[in-house]
Design a protein. Sequence first.
Length: 508
Amino acid sequence: MSSEFILEMRNITKEFPGVRALDNVDFKVRKGEIHCLVGENGSGKSTLMKILSGFYPYGEFDGEIIFEGKKQKFRNIHDSEKIGIVTIYQELALIPEMTVYENIFLGHEIVHGKFINWNETITKAKEVLAHIKPDLDPSIKVKDLGVGHQQIVEIAKALSKNVKLLILDEPTSSLNEEDSENLLKIIKNLKEKGITSILITHKLKEVIEVADSITVLRDGKMIARIDNKEEFTENNIIKYMVGREIQDIYPKRKKREFGEKIFEVKNWKAYDPKLERYVVKEANFYVKKGEIVGIAGLMGAGRTELALSLFGNAKDYIVEGEIYFDGEKRKFKSPNDAIKAGFAYLSEDRKNTGLILDFDVKTNITLAGLNQLKRGLFIDENKEVIVSNQFKEYLKIKTPTVEQKVMNLSGGNQQKVSIAKWLFVKPKLLILDEPTRGIDVGAKYEIYTLMNKLVEEEGMSIIMISSELPEVLGMSDRIYVMSGGRIVGELGRDEATQEKIMEMAVEY
Ligand code: ADP
Ligand code: MG
């Protein structure tokens, strides 16, 4: 008996030490559809897909997988690929030094006798690419491609394996608008050819655009399957994801009077000796006590460079200009110097510079403020545990214990750990650089709520750098716009609109 479903996963339960990642999940996908799988970070999406792909083999989970009407017992990824289930992972698995065609056929090379047939490989690579990106030259090295094109190579690789069910785990989270649009178009084209896709994304706009049906997971449980297109609205999906209605994604702040200027920057310039040019050409701005100041601008406008150069990164930038902090003229010789003065910077790129993923939660939280834990020559380990648990409570960090390695936490929870790390040093001024990039709506809402609490209750001041205009508008008391290395404009909360910001942000 043939079923309309190409895939049925029944009663799937998967435990890790201390967490039940999946709890009796039923998941079904129709033949030929684009099925979107959504849920907050940590809700179990990737784990479910790793079970489907055989990454977690049969026996390491409870429940069953039916693919094309047959019960499957995958021992590894190879088993699932053999019958047409191919996954493109969150972290790309390409070899940068190899060409596009070598990557496409890596692991399933076209051989004649003992040797790889390169001519045929190139021809086949072109054939596969013709379906999705005809103008991409297969002999280019992958390292010379942008992320958008690298994703396309991954898809080409999947197609070369005769894929029937393509799984994409957050493929657009590192892509810009244009590349994301292209990728979605490709997935839609594949659908025309009869290929079924499962798409994981936290961008609800994309879900609404491409989905034929949607499954929502929350805390490892299957919460809803939405088939009716009329129910594909952001509000509806968010409600299922977070388990409550969020009226307003940006929590309201009380109307407040601000204190005196805590931070002022005059005639600031930063020269990058590696690039041999000024990355910040002119910045004049201030922040008052208790204020959230947004810095908007396009990619490359110099926002992160402004923050880093102010933060005492003397090795990377030659700076000119004046900083007044907490009533005094200051010159920060190093980030440590800035931290001591009460200035903290939460970096945009938390994977590379923010956290040590291999270390546990408590070590990461206390790393920048170890002097507070010193007892004589030693670190007071009891205090370390107590303090980290306080932050775990305060920020609702989802982890079984503070001894968990940070790499086992979801993106949103990793972000909370980096915020905790900076809160522990009790800064007067906190710079948050793209604080909600790559995290889901629920965690975003919690971070916004926390920002409000910090300025309202702790009298902290915040500079928020963000590329998401709704976020800048929703959270800032005042907004500066950067363009081409300069602060080119200032807007008050009440006068600011997306159009006004964009007008200032584009370079002429
Ligand atoms: P999602 O993809 O929806 O963000 P995941 O499937 O990655 O969520 O994670 C689900 C839950 O399982 C989370 O609580 C996560 O911390 C936990 N988890 C995932 N992988 C591991 C692992 N290898 N070891 C321990 N816990 C894990
Ligand atoms: Mg995931």
